[in-house]
Design a binder for this molecule. Sequence first.
Ligand code: IMP
Ligand code: MG
Length: 210
Amino acid sequence: MSTLDDDIQEILIDAQSIQERVNQLGQRLARLYEGQVPILVGVLKGATPFLVDLMRAMATPLQVEFMAVSSYGRSTKSSGVVRILMDLSVSIEGRDVLIVEDIVDTGLTLEYLRTYLLNQGPRSLRIVTLLDKVVPKKADVPLDLVGFRIPNEFVVGYGLDYGERYRNLPYVGILKSYVIAEEAIAQHNVAASSMMEQSLEEGTKELYDR
Ligand code: IMP
Ligand code: MG
């Protein structure tokens, strides 16, 4: 039986390391928000596993909200265009808000979200992200807590997807390049072609290597 694991080149952060780090972050946040009832705003869909584990590591009163913003779609590159697909269900005016994000790449998504939420007059606004990609940022967003800094690779698992798949992997891993190449061929679109050429070169090598 072929499984999702077969498409993974390398496990970057294993499940146990994720759990340990998320527990640490949760305990730190619980102390930070002592005496307050923060609103955790999970960014759908990628931040879901992180939010779920993080809130269970915080043994203090809190509320949970979700927002959905447009993502890359099937591409592995950020478009920089952010659109709100689902909004908060409560007012955050005068409240302590914590954005819970899966990964920061260019920073454009978070910058947009942060400005959007700040305009609604919260008492405080903090950001926690599980992953921060070490890349030159297009937007300089203050990250209050970071789980792991990772190299500039396209990663999947623990919420992160490629074409909506791989979110259910319990670890964070790097996709084999031929997976991305095959996907690009299937799409047959111009936007994917330069990525495809590059991935195909590596992907073909990979196929021979197997
Ligand atoms: P940014 O706007 O470039 O910072 O991109 C942030 C969003 O892009 C994240 O919330 C993810 O949904 C998605 N993203 C960025 N890098 C990756 C990745 O390596 N794998 C999967 N999704 C990613
Ligand atoms: Mg996200």
